[in-house]
Every structure is written in structure tokens, then in C-alpha cells.
Design a protein around this ligand. Structure first.
Ligand code: A3P
Length: 324
């Protein structure tokens, strides 16, 4: 099986027209790829092969998540735990250079991905080649589903998946899409929620994404985390992740990391609050509220009714459940 064997369905007709109104920068439109119809921009069709066949090294560490699930804080946590709590280096090098984002150059339209606009990330520069050429041990972020990155699934490298309650994901994702200049989402929150539930937001379907990882959670090289649990018991989770990397740390070191990851400190840290060294975005765009249950302020009864049914329907056939 190769990338070329996967079914690629072009999104067309009325839906394509509406999507272009909501995502005016994605002029080349969207596609649905593979068995599960992964919703991605057209550009992915051209880049997907090098992602599908991405060569893994056994000492790689990968983080996977659906967007806005707490990936950035988990990346920083993992990197520090795996690198002997080297806070000095973490304060000098951007997270995107220490822990780059594999497909970032494949998810924006060509003109956005390659433009050199001051203050805006040149996504092409930090994508596939950049990741490939990192020195070992590499730390790599991806939002891809495992179906589109089979080399990782078949490897023995460390894989960490972080999941978050979909109600908070959709709120965070909408706020991000609206303010980030790469996306400039133009629709309403309700339309965004409908898109999310209809699997028409990037990297969807959400449930397949989470469930594929959940099904792999007992593998020795895999760790499945919930954002909500990280917030509830950060020291406990730091210890768990340290054990995964065969590391032990003193209570003082753990407390220092906890302080480093506190949202108010994290938001002020330019090494993590910017998507790249070339970007200048407001510090609370990327690192926003960092709470659980923030959705309660944004959901109308109508949205909640639909969402609640969607969640119930999708949790029927699985033992996956989100921490309360
Ligand atoms: P909110 O928008 O709900 O605040 P990702 O890194 O996957 O894009 O996830 C982003 C979400 O994680 C955002 O959620 C962001 O504020 C939250 N986040 C980032 N850093 C955090 C931290 N140190 N502690 C708690 N939440 C954090």
C-alpha cells in the first residue's frame, strides 16, 4: 500500500463554495483522503507521499493529537523530561526547532505556505525536510491520523498521544482559526461546531483520530494522555512520562517543571508562545485560557443538544471515556 493507492475525494459543489467563504485563504479547496476520509487541504495531495513514507528512527519521539488538545504544553513537558530538564536550552531554542511539526508545510495553500511575510511563519521552512534533518534523538509533532503515517505505527519509537474533551477542542480550535492569519476563518461559532461534527475541519474526523490512538494505548512504545488529567495532576503525569523515558527526577525538579508549564508563565515564554522564530503573534493567541470546561461559556443550548448527541453516538461502540 502506498499513498497513491489511497482514495482521494475532492470536496466540490455547494460545500466547496461554502468552505471557501469560511476559509478564504484555502483557494485550492479541500480533499478527503483514505478510508476514513481525512479532511485536508488540496495541497496535502502533493505532499502526502513524503509524509506517508517518512523514515522513522528508533530513537525518535513522536507526539500526536487532534489540534488544540494541549499539544504544545505536552511537547515542552516531554522535551524537558527526555532532555534531563535542560531548562537552559529550552529558554534559548524555539520549541518549533526542538520539536518541529512534520506536516505544517502541507496544510496551507501554496501561496501561504511559502510566502516570506515578516511576522508570519514560513511553514515550508519548518516542515518535512527540516524534520528529516534533525539530529538524533528527534522530537516530532504531528496531527496526522495514524492511517496516513503508517511508518510510525509500524515502528518501535516512542509515541505519545494527547486527547482532549471535544467540547473544549472545538472552542479552542474556533478561536484559533479566527485569529491566526494563516486561516482567517470567517464563519460563526455555530457553523464551526457543525463543521467539526460533520468532519469538515482540518485533520477530522475527530473520533477516528482519537479512537485509532486509543486502540493502540497498551503498546509498550505508546502513551495515551488526557489534557484534563495533565491539568488535574501535573506532578503525577510528569513522573509517569519520566518513567516512560527511563528517567527519575527529584521533587524539586518536578516542581520547577510544573512552574515552567503553568499557563501564566507559559504564555509569557516566547520559546513556546510563537509558532516559529519568524513569527510575532500576540502571546495569548496560541496559549490562550488553558482551562477545562471553558466551552460552557460559548455553547448555546442548541449547540449543546447537538453536541451531546454526537458524543453519545460516538462513544457507543468504545470503552473510551473522557475524565470528568
Ligand atoms: P484553550 O484555547 O482552551 O485555552 P495545542 O497546543 O494542541 O494547540 O492546544 C492548545 C490549548 O492548550 C489551548 O487551549 C491552550 O491555551 C492550552 N494550553 C497551552 N499551554 C498550556 C499550559 N501550559 N497549561 C494549560 N493549557 C495550555
Amino acid at each position: 500500500m502506498s499513498f497513491k493507492d489511497l482514495k482521494v475525494e475532492r470536496v466540490d459543489g455547494e460545500l466547496a463554495t461554502t468552505l471557501l467563504k469560511w476559509y478564504p485563504l484555502h483557494k485550492r479547496g479541500f480533499v478527503k483522503i483514505g478510508q476514513k476520509k481525512w479532511f485536508l487541504p488540496y495541497r496535502y495531495v502533493e505532499k502526502g507521499d513524503s509524509i506517508y513514507n517518512f523514515e522513522i528512527r528508533p530513537d525518535d519521539t513522536w507526539i500526536f493529537s487532534y489540534p488544540r488538545s494541549g499539544t504544545t504544553m505536552t511537547q515542552e513537558l516531554i522535551w524537558l523530561v527526555a532532555n534531563d530538564m535542560n531548562f537552559d536550552k529550552a529558554q534559548r531554542r524555539y520549541l518549533v526547532e526542538r520539536f518541529p511539526f512534520l506536516e505544517i508545510g502541507a496544510i496551507l495553500d501554496d501561496h501561504i505556505a511559502t510566502e516570506n511575510i515578516p511576522g508570519r511563519i514560513n511553514t515550508e521552512k519548518y516542515s518535512i525536510e527540516f524534520v528529516r534533518n534533525q539530529s538524533s534523538p528527534r522530537f516530532i509533532k504531528s496531527h496526522m491520523s495514524f492511517e496516513l503515517l503508517p511508518t510510525v505505527v509500524n515502528s518501535s519509537c516512542k509515541i505519545i498521544y494527547v486527547a482532549r474533551n471535544p467540547r473544549d477542542v472545538v472552542v479552542s480550535w474556533y478561536n484559533f482559526m479566527k485569529v491566526i492569519t494563516h486561516f482567517q476563518y470567517q464563519g460563526t461559532f455555530e457553523q464551526f461546531c457543525n463543521n467539526f461534527m460533520n468532519d469538515h475541519t482540518l485533520w477530522s474526523p475527530y473520533w477516528e483520530h482519537v479512537k485509532q490512538a486509543w486502540a493502540m494505548r497498551y503498546r509498550a512504545n505508546m502513551m495515551f494522555l488526557f489534557y484534563e488529567n495533565l491539568l488535574k495532576d501535573l506532578p503525577g503525569n510528569i513522573k509517569k512520562i519520566a518513567a516512560f523515558f527511563d528517567k527519575t527526577y527529584s521533587n524539586e525538579q518536578i516542581a520547577k517543571l510544573e512552574e515552567h508549564l503553568k499557563i501564566e508563565n507559559f504564555r509569557k515564554n516566547p520559546m513556546v508562545n510563537q509558532p516559529s522564530p519568524d513569527t510575532v503573534i500576540s502571546s495569548d493567541m496560541f496559549i490562550r485560557q488553558g482551562t477545562t470546561d471553558g466551552w460552557k461559556k460559548m455553547f448555546t443550548p442548541k449547540i449543546e443538544e447537538r453536541f451531546s448527541k454526537w458524543i453519545t453516538d460516538n462513544l457507543k461502540d468504545t470503552d473510551l471515556s473522557f475524565p470528568s
